[in-house]
Ligand binder design. Structure first.
Ligand code: MCN
Length: 729
């Protein structure tokens, strides 16, 4: 039996279903202390004095760390806070109640400063400076030029100038951040709700001047992350530092509103551009600025602006580009990667441009894309990204066919006569997944089973099941004989964790290669034991008319009768790989209220080898719904003074099951495999990349069918925007 390609339910689920999965906050440690943070109510203020004396005198309070505590606590660097919710002090107390009482007794003398909230305003001379030492709020500019955009614009039949905006999003994982740190006199163990245990280990060790060998980071079950647990936050370092300083276990679990204010936000990118195209719908050039609203610290702004710019040409042939990727500091929570990280932004922008060309030329949106698409990979995009494999033109035709796009339009027309207003939208995407090195360790057990330990750090995706499938196939043994573990830096020497839709591709390839090398090791021992060259098949070595099972070989090695390495560590370096595909969205519009309901999303992805179609479809379901949130509901709103007006789920609207559309998930038949041993490309982010522009187009289509007219230049599209487009507001 081959496991790859089969819809096997994930084994990770059982503990979640019976309540046995332990998240950081579930881990009980005797004598643990509770940490909490005093956070600034101001978006921008000088911190003149922090008086912790009353808090310290409160019974049950063990310590208070303030700006005076210095490194590695690092509160209010430069004597300022730069966003609402930035921590200024940490209280450590015997229980949660005493903690919350004491937090109110830390008195902070703030001198409020004018805040800058709008990134465009932040770039203007005279704007308040988030970081004075820079002398500007522009923390980074990358000039990204290819070809000759000026000449191509002049040679275009038509040009258009616009500003497109994709709003700030709060990632909203079910489990907020949490840390539990224990110092036993020799080593520091940190339970951390993170996507990157090994990076957390490195940063914690460096901050505390501890050898790496003295720090162990354990990622327990994690209740989702969506990119917001990539950053190693000051809180993680501070909790570890407190445990180390106090020689007592210390824990911190963020509240929801604390996480809303101080975990990274996502998206928040603006494209100011001029584009030129021919009268037959071919995009010739784009010149403009990709501006990331980086928030108070440039943790992710630069990277996100650059990624959005690099991927802006998408799957299209346009070669003349002149872009400036700009990262701008503002008095808001720092920006970080949110599922898709730069590619949903790029795809929203370029697909909006394709739809604009369709509207301006009167051509069918599919035809516009057909006229602009790169025919096939390998292809080097104008900024040097090497699209690895794919048939883009053929993929469009197959996608349109598989998704029944024209049939959906016919149905929408037919429903109109029955008084139902539907809209149909389409998007084409290419995105970039997988990067960097990854590590796997495989160990043979004397009964012929295997333990596989991974440096990736899944937190809801089901990668352990998928990788068990890959390893079982490589070894030709039943999946029950493969146990996959992850999320413990003591089990694997290194790893980059789970982000960038890399886990199955990079982690799985490391695991396959480790298994392959282990087979070679065991073959050496089998040859010594049988005294003849051997061949391996399905858990058994054959040679000279004899056979010996893997388990027997391993047992013999453990007993010193033959020599072989029974544990193999493999490091795999993964080049990026580029999934692509077509998405179609159908929405229903209520012209009375302007409310838009997504009713159907059909996806067609070429992600190379699909390891587990059930899990891959699960990724599509979740990602599509998040992208619908982007298109229609979610937005982190700050007022002019930098107050977060959407500080919890009462104000911030994530879509629920009630808003979910019907899903129809398609994966390309005969997909274009990647060059990796797994043959896979990532699916973890593709749906967030592809869906938003399709939904936006569907809303425009519905408005047109209802007799209105709209071109949306930003998200989210709210009912009032729809009513305005219908001339009813
Ligand atoms: N898969 C497959 N065949 C492929 C690719 C993937 O069968 N060719 C399946 C695998 O079974 C795997 C899953 O899809 O379990 C996702 O694999 P992959 O595309 O490698 O992505 P990662 O596991 O690296 O996940 C990261 C990605 C990112 S970057 C974010 S953000 C995100 C996401 O996954 N956050 C999530 N999906 C999430 N899902 C949940 N439940 N929670 C999050 O926080």
């Amino acid at each position: 039996m081959r496991y790859v390609g089969k819809p096997i339910p994930r084994f990770e689920d059982l503990p979640i279903l019976y309540g046995g999965a332990r998240y950081v906050d579930d881990i009980e440690i005797p004598g643990v202390l509770y940490a909490g943070f005093v956070r600034s109510p101001y978006a921008h203020a000088r911190v003149k004095r922090v008086d912790a004396s009353e808090a310290l005198a409160t019974p049950g309070v063990v310590a208070v760390f303030t700006p005076e505590s210095g490194r590695p606590f690092d509160f209010a660097p430069g004597g300022k806070v730069r966003y609402q919710g930035e921590a200024v002090a940490m209280v450590v107390a015997a229980d949660r109640y005493k903690l919350y009482d004491a937090l109110e007794k830390v008195y902070v003398d703030y001198e409020p400063l004018p805040a800058v909230v709008d990134p465009i305003r932040a770039m203007e001379p005279g704007a308040p400076l988030v970081e004075e030492s820079l002398g500007t709020n522009i923390s980074h500019v990358e000039e990204m030029r290819a070809g000759d955009a000026e000449t191509a614009l002049r040679a275009s039949d038509r040009t258009v100038e616009e500003v497109l905006t994709i709003q700030r999003i709060i990632p909203s994982a079910m489990e907020p951040r949490g840390v539990l740190a224990i110092y036993d006199g020799k080593s520091l163990t940190v339970y951390d709700s993170t996507q990157k245990p090994h990076i957390a280990k490195r940063e914690i060790a460096a901050s505390l001047d501890l050898p790496l060998s003295a720090v162990r980071v354990i990622q327990p079950y994690v209740g989702g992350a969506f990119g917001s647990k990539i950053q190693i936050y000051p809180e993680e370092i501070r909790v570890a530092a407190a445990a180390y300083a106090l020689r007592r276990p210390v824990r911190w679990t963020a509240t929801r509103s604390e996480d809303f204010k101080s975990a990274t936000h996502g998206r928040a990118i603006i494209l100011r551009y001029k584009a030129g195209f021919t009268r037959d719908g071919v995009l010739r050039a784009i010149k403009g600025e990709v501006i990331a609203d980086a928030g108070a610290y440039d943790w992710g702004g630069r990277y996100l602006a650059e990624t959005a710019a690099e991927m802006l040409p998408g799957p299209y042939r346009v070669k003349d580009l002149d872009l400036r990727a700009i990262s701008v500091l503002t008095n808001k929570a720092p920006l970080g990667p949110y599922r898709g990280a730069g590619r949903p932004e790029a795809t929203f922008f370029i697909e909006r441009i394709m739809d604009l060309i369709a509207d301006e030329t009167g051509l069918d949106p599919v035809e516009v894309r057909r006229r602009n698409l790169v025919e096939r990979a390998p292809y080097e995009n104008p900024f040097g990204l090497r699209y690895d494999s794919g048939e883009y033109l053929e993929g469009l035709a197959k996608g349109i066919e598989a998704l029944g796009y024209y049939e959906l339009i016919r149905q929408a027309e037919a429903e109109k006569s029955r008084g139902k207003i539907l809209g149909v939208g389409l998007s084409y995407y290419i995105e970039i997944t997988t990067y960097g090195h990854e590590v796997a360790v495989i160990r043979a057990e004397p009964d012929g089973s295997f333990l596989v330990a991974l440096g990736i750090a899944p937190h809801g995706q089901g990668d352990a099941t998928a990788i068990a499938q890959l390893v079982a196939d490589e070894l030709g043994v039943p999946m029950e004989k493969i146990r996959v573990v992850w999320g413990d830096t003591d089990l694997v020497p290194d790893g980059l964790g789970t982000d960038g839709s890399r886990s199955v591709t990079a982690g799985g390839s490391a695991a396959i290669l480790a298994a392959r090398r282990l087979k070679e090791e065991l073959a050496k021992a089998a040859e010594a034991l049988l005294g003849t060259p051997v061949e391996y098949k399905d858990g058994v070595f054959y040679g000279g008319g004899k056979s010996i099972s893997i388990g027997e070989v391993v047992e013999a090695v453990y007993r010193g009768k033959a020599k072989a390495n029974l544990e193999v560590t493999e490091v795999y370096r993964a080049r990026s790989t580029f999934p692509y595909g077509v998405y179609v969205a159908v929405v229903e519009l209520d012209p009375e209220t302007g409310v838009v309901k997504p009713v159907l999303v059909r996806s067609y992805d070429d992600v190379g080898q699909v390891v587990n179609p059930l899990l891959a479809a699960g990724q599509v379901h979740g990602g599509v719904l998040q992208a619908i949130g982007q298109a229609l509901y979610e937005e982190a709103i700050y007022d002019q003074d930098g107050n977060l007006l959407t500080p919890n789920f009462a104000f911030y609207n994530v879509p629920t099951a009630a808003e979910a559309p019907r899903y129809e998930v398609h994966f390309a038949e005969n997909p274009h495999k990647s060059e990796h041993p797994t043959g896979t490309k990532g699916i973890g982010e593709a749906p967030t990349v592809a869906t938003t522009p399709a939904v936006v187009r569907a809303v425009e289509d519905a408005i047109r069918r209802a007799g209105g007219r709209a071109r949306f230049r930003g998200t989210p599209i709210r009912p009032e925007d729809v009513l305005r487009a219908l001339g009813r507001l």
